[in-house]
Design a protein around this ligand. Structure first.
Ligand SMILES: [Fe+2]
Length: 399
């Protein structure tokens, strides 16, 4: 059996038990030690002093329900979401803009991608001395304020706006470790943003690069309905389209797959944040040190199971296999925010996978993907058992 984690809004209720291995740290002790080390970083010290809640965990059941606190910096409310797999390369918070209100203008020397979770409004973007551009958004819109541009989010609805912000603030802050520079750097990145008309229109340029569908766009009006290209190599019926946004290294992709099916397991570097958009199910996560068949090897207790649904976030650690299962009656959809831009590749991301397409390549051939036929037999059995509970009939290919 793997370890199921029940979420609370602000903490993981159940922790991973000791496995009885002598002189072997438990997963939980490891995580505590890891978190203690991370708390010394500039980013963690900055989070702590910003005065809003910091929520830890493998995942959060529904980011829209996390208790937030007033954040003087933005003029709204927020809570930092600190998932174990982020490992200092990505940061995240859930924010709130009061009804009829607006956030303070801000600019920062780190990349950020914003997903609107609830409500409608608009964002203004400008450079010092330049014209303001304004674009409107609604629920499930996604955009990225270009690096070091001023931006101001305005709520145009009578209810609070909730949004999710994912950034590379930890990476940049820990290198620069100077808050004044991060928030008050005068440099204007004209290569990323020159106030070109239509910059925040939804992009039309789509093509393939290697094994990846690419969509160049600085705005997605609705990530729930945006079209996604077929990528069956990741699993039966799977579709994945990567978007390149605002000249960022921090980009993302949308993934879909049918009801009654699941992805193949794979691993990559740390920091990829996943947001559930449609349907529900669970994710299995385990360190690659446990091998491709952790249950068969008697180490199933070290496999973590996280339930997901629309609004859930979770983050596989670097080098951790993860496998997404849909147990709902409808097609599943996820958003991933991560490194791996094909236009602005980042070295550690490529080195980790050995190839840009490593997550699509069979582990037996040097990639990081476990083919269905090679997976631990318990995984299929567990899925069938879980489908029994939801009354959905498996549509998985016969092994
Ligand atoms: Fe992944």
């Amino acid at each position: 059996m793997c370890v199921s984690l029940n979420y609370a809004k602000d903490r993981v209720l159940e922790t991973i038990p000791h496995l009885g291995v002598k002189f072997h740290m438990t997963q939980n002790q490891r995580l505590e030690a890891l978190m203690a080390a991370f708390r010394k970083t500039t980013y963690f010290r900055w989070m702590a002093k910003e005065g809003v809640p910091v929520v830890d965990g493998y995942g959060i059941e529904d980011v829209r329900e996390v208790a937030t606190g007033t954040w003087a910096r933005t003029g709204g409310k927020a809570a930092f979401l600190n998932l174990y797999g982020m490992e200092g390369v990505t940061g995240m918070y859930v924010g709130e803009i009061p009804a009829g209100g607006a956030l303070n203008p801000e600019k920062h020397f780190y990349e950020e991608v914003i997903v609107i979770l609830e409500g409608q409004g608009a964002t203004e973007v400008w450079q010092d001395g330049g014209n303001k551009q304004l674009f409107e958004w609604g629920p499930w819109s996604l955009f990225a304020p270009p690096l070091n541009t001023w931006h101001r989010l305005v709520n145009g609805s009578r209810t609070p706006v909730k949004y999710l912000s994912v950034s590379n603030a930890p990476l940049v802050m820990d290198i620069v470790h100077n808050e004044d520079f991060i928030f008050n750097c005068p440099y204007q990145f004209a290569d990323r943003y020159s106030a070109a008309e239509g910059y925040f229109n939804q992009g039309l340029k789509r093509y393939e690069s290697g094994m990846q569908h690419i969509w160049e766009t600085n705005f997605i009006s609705d990530i729930q309905t945006a079209s996604v290209g077929a990528r069956e190599v990741k699993g039966a019926g799977v579709g994945i389209t990567q978007f390149e946004i605002s000249g960022n290294s921090l980009i993302g992709h949308l993934a879909t797959w049918p009801a009654a099916r699941y992805h193949k397991a794979h691993f990559h570097g740390a920091g990829a944040i996943l947001l559930g958009l449609q349907s529900s199910g669970y994710v299995l996560l385990w360190s690659k040190e446990l091998g491709t068949r952790p249950f068969e090897a008697g180490r199933g207790d070290e496999v973590v199971e996280v339930k997901w649904k629309a609004g859930s976030v979770y983050c596989p650690g670097g080098g951790w296999f993860h496998q997404h299962f849909n147990t709902g009656a409808e097609p599943a959809r996820h958003l991933a925010l991560r490194y791996g831009s094909r236009i602005h590749p980042i070295g550690f991301k490529i080195a980790d996978k050995r190839s840009e397409d490593g997550v699509y390549i069979d582990i037996k051939e040097g990639g990081t993907l476990i083919e269905y036929g090679d997976e631990d037999p318990y995984i299929r059995k567990h899925y069938d058992d879980e489908l029994q509970k939801t009354g959905v009939r498996s549509a998985m290919p016969v092994l």
